[in-house]
Design a protein around this ligand. Structure first.
Ligand code: AMP
Ligand code: MG
Length: 415
């Protein structure tokens, strides 16, 4: 790590140092909780533990459609006729008791009647003029779901920081819990900078391009649980940038910008962020995305990403996405370490760490294999559009043989 002589913040950190810095910054900034209906809670992060208020299932019930009876009455050989005392549908409130030599027809999920301890599935019985005939070979105690078999009353089902997946919403609903305390979503300002950018629907003039980062970054932000509060295209003009950054620093938890953060004549962001707030680090020894800056303005963390479309996506995935998850206190903020085998040799061009765009396939050996795509330029969206993941080549490696196990960063939505 160096310290720029003209500044007092670290520059040229390695990827791991910069990620560590981001983790430290976010640990102190976890957002407050809010209570929401579980209908709208998919993918939100829990701000409370959840203990199960009663046994699940709450009562003994049948695992199958069949006949409930006493296990001791089952024939050891030959057949036995059982007298049918009634029918129990799921949700039934009138439950007939079952005595010796009797049975009740029962459906999956219906309460086991008093006296019964066994369900014989309907495919195994013959019904003959109101009586039920069962042959030897059935097991006493079969096809009963006892209360508390899934969760016992008091079990800790979910913890603070757990993300509410579809299945976990099902757990909450089974517990009768209609509302939950979840962490508030991060409020984010997205600023795309560059005088060459033209919005969609407007014809391109000389030297102009459409603003693609606004859309790819908005998608990544949404996927990471952010709530976009402000989205704007800003000219490369210091006063415009200053006003927008200051305002966003008062309103938002995080500011994400693209472009204007390198060493070009119109790259005003590093100086402005240092003036308006603080720079935590600028430039990371990685490719693509070296110019990335992390700082703060007002109450907002700032990630100023380089404008090259692939650089902005890679730096988002490596720094901004983990930050957004950490602000939500998510247990999955430190993504599981995904690995794959290299399907082709990889040669690093420079000393800096590299994130190669790659497709993934699961081969017959059960391993994931990663093939770098052909177009690796940081301005080439095709490479990242065709990719499933980024392959991480740390500084310490130069050339890797096919078959080498490498760390990968999956693109959102892959797993
Ligand atoms: P900068 O980081 O501002 O020097 O921009 C680096 C490159 O990324 C230049 O070729 C820009 O034209 C391009 N670029 C910057 N912002 C965007 C954007 N929002 N959409 C597409 N390309 C961009
Ligand atoms: Mg620019």
């Amino acid at each position: 790590m160096n310290t720029d002589s003209s500044t007092d913040f670290p520059t040229r950190l390695c990827v791991e140092e910069a990620q560590q810095r981001v983790r430290e910054l976010c640990a102190a900034r976890v957002l407050p909780a809010e209570s929401i209906a579980i209908d709208t809670a998919l993918n939100r992060v829990l701000a409370q533990d959840v203990s199960v208020p009663f046994d699940l299932p709450p009562f003994a019930n049948s695992a199958m459609d069949g006949y409930a009876l006493r296990g001791v009455d089952l024939p050891v050989q030959g057949e036995r006729r059982f007298a049918m005392v009634g029918q129990i549908l799921a949700g039934a409130t009138h439950i007939p008791a079952v005595g010796e030599g009797e049975c009740a027809q029962i459906m999956t999920g219906a309460p086991i009647p008093p006296g019964a301890d066994t369900v014989v599935i309907k495919e195994h019985v013959r019904v003959d003029s109101g009586a039920v005939i069962i042959a030897a070979g059935e097991k006493a105690g079969a096809n009963i779901r006892p209360p508390g078999e899934d969760y016992r009353r008091g079990d800790l089902a979910l913890r603070i920081g757990d993300r509410l997946t579809a299945a976990r919403l099902g757990v909450l609903a089974s517990c009768g819990l209609a509302r939950m305390n979840v962490v508030r979503r991060p409020h984010v300002a997205l600023f795309v900078t560059g005088d060459e950018l033209v919005p969609l629907g407007q014809a391109l003039g000389t030297g102009q391009i459409h603003d693609s980062n606004r859309h790819s970054l908005a998608g990544l932000l949404q996927d990471a649980g952010a709530q976009l509060r402000l989205v704007a295209h800003l000219r490369d003009e210091p006063e415009t940038l200053r006003r927008a950054l200051h305002e966003a620093g008062e309103q938002c938890d995080l500011i994400l910008s693209s472009g204007g953060v390198s060493a070009g004549e119109a790259d005003f962001l590093p100086g402005l962020i240092a003036q308006l707030g603080r720079v935590h680090f600028w430039k990371v020894r990685m490719r693509p995305g070296m110019p990335i800056l992390c700082g703060e303005i007002g109450r907002a963390l700032v990630f100023a990403l380089p404008g090259n479309p692939v650089s902005s996506i890679a730096t988002f995935l490596v720094f901004a996405r983990p930050a957004l998850l950490a602000l939500q206190g998510a247990n999955d903020a430190q993504r599981r370490n995904w690995r794959a085998r290299l399907a082709a040799p990889a040669v690093k061009q420079q000393e800096r760490a590299e994130f190669l765009r790659a497709t993934l396939e699961c081969r017959d050996d059960g391993a994931l294999w990663a093939t770098p795509v052909r177009k690796q330029g940081s301005h080439m969206l095709r490479g990242v559009a065709e990719a499933d993941a980024l392959i991480y080549l740390p500084e310490s490696v130069r050339e890797l043989e096919p078959g080498t196990v490498v760390d990968i960063v999956p693109l959102p939505g892959l797993f």
